[in-house]
Design a protein around this ligand. Sequence first.
Ligand SMILES: [Zn+2]
Length: 139
Amino acid sequence: MRRFTFCAGHRLVGHEGKCRNLHGHNYTLEVYLTGQEQDEIGRILDFKQLKLAVNGWIDANWDHTFILWERDDNGLAAIRSSEPHRIYELNNNPTAENMAVHFLEDICPQILEGTGATAYKIRLWESEETCAEVALESH
Ligand SMILES: [Zn+2]
């Protein structure tokens, strides 16, 4: 497992409380890997390789970005009206749960392709007290 941190803004459409407003978090992402074979040194994947793969994606997509639901027209318009801006459109409300599922199922297979390692669990922390955990069904 390796831990990553990034800052992002979001809001939750339909939330009954203050999370419906635009706001941000210092997120912590935990990426858990497994693999069939260790290399001759005894590794599933070098930690540095994992760091480069995940950090590269986070820097390009989530860090200092507004992560918004693709159907949140009003929120998207608000952020687009500021220059410059960075938006990551999610196919669902950007809860910690939905972001973790997207990262595990859609992103990890791309960024780990060819390494021999696969991600089987993600924890995404929105704060020191709250996180969502998702895992592949086989684990
Ligand atoms: Zn939030």
